[in-house]
Design a protein around this ligand. Structure first.
Ligand SMILES: Nc1nc2c(ncn2[C@@H]2O[C@H](COP(=O)(O)OP(=O)(O)O)[C@@H](O)[C@H]2O)c(=O)[nH]1
Ligand SMILES: [Mg+2]
Length: 255
């Protein structure tokens, strides 16, 4: 990398009035350019954001979902010519001080993905059982079917190079969006590396909203999104190859 790259830090936010200022006060210390995608908050978060002049804000008129908020951040990254974007959540689960390390690692990778299961940190919280179970199950499936080598497929703390974003056609607006993204990353042969991050759970009662709060329903939904995305790409004649065996996932993929 010759000249200094300009990176964006982007936070999807929905009803985070308790955290938004505390988190952004830290983020602006580690990133020159900060975008907050306010996904239709109604709890006072919007007013807090309006009072700040140190961050860019894009507001969705109504709540559209975690995936939709990230898609808005990806579009903003490319439209404004950033070298890439570091995404992090705004609920205290991701430490802004790690932003520079993500950008550093993205010198030689297309996606740097935070992992809460790569390395144990002093003071790690215990993750809710079912969340850990579903994460491990889905991660194992993605690795088996696509030849990825992930240890955590759901961490929202990630760095994406703009060239990688150009490969994506994200349509999932909800919590399954990361899974559609992993299938597309594998199909595009993107260089993926993981960065160990602490396990922080401040609010074990947080809801996914509606049916997804039911673990089995959520697991089934996640598997359906992966199946559908692999079938969609195969139907488009995209050569989805298994990253380690090199075999075509399309012909072999028995789901
Ligand atoms: N719950 C929820 N969070 C959203 C939504 N849109 C954006 N977000 C933000 O997305 C981030 C991740 O959401 P969170 O519920 O903490 O996901 P989890 O930590 O993976 O369970 C947080 O910063 C939220 O404020 C949405 O529609 N629902
Ligand atoms: Mg969270």
């Amino acid at each position: 990398m010759s000249e200094r790259e300009t990176w964006l830090a982007a936070l999807p936010v929905y009803n985070e009035v308790d955290y938004v200022d505390e988190i952004l006060d830290k983020v602006v210390q580690y990133a020159d350019h900060v975008l907050v995608v306010d996904d239709g908050s109604t709890d006072g978060t919007a007013e807090r954001l309006a009072a700040r002049s140190d961050v860019q804000v894009i507001r969705h008129a109504k709540n559209r979902g975690y995936g939709a908020a990230l898609q808005t951040a990806f579009d903003y990254t490319r439209q404004n010519g950033f070298a890439g974007v570091v995404t992090l959540d705004c609920d205290g689960q991701h430490q802004p001080k790690r932003i520079p390390a993500f950008i550093d690692m993205a010198r030689s990778a297309d996606i740097v993905s935070g992992s809460r299961y790569l390395h144990h940190f002093e003071g790690d919280d215990a993750p809710p059982e079912e969340r850990m179970f579903i994460n491990r199950r889905i991660t194992a499936d993605l690795n088996r079917r696509l030849g990825l080598e992930l240890t955590d497929s759901f961490c929202g703390f990630k760095a994406y190079r703009a060239e990688a974003l150009a490969q994506f056609e994200i349509t999932d607006t909800g919590y399954a969006m990361p899974l559609q993204l992993w299938v597309q990353a594998a199909a595009s042969g993107l260089r993926v590396v993981e960065m160990a991050v602490p396990l922080i759970y401040l609010d074990l009662e947080r809801s996914f909203g509606g049916a997804l709060d039911h673990a089995e329903t959520r697991l089934k939904h996640y598997n359906q999104v992966i199946d559908a995305e692999i079938s969609r790409l195969c139907a488009l004649g995209r050569h989805v190859t298994h990253a380690t065996s090199g075999d075509s996932v399309c012909s072999h993929d028995a789901g």
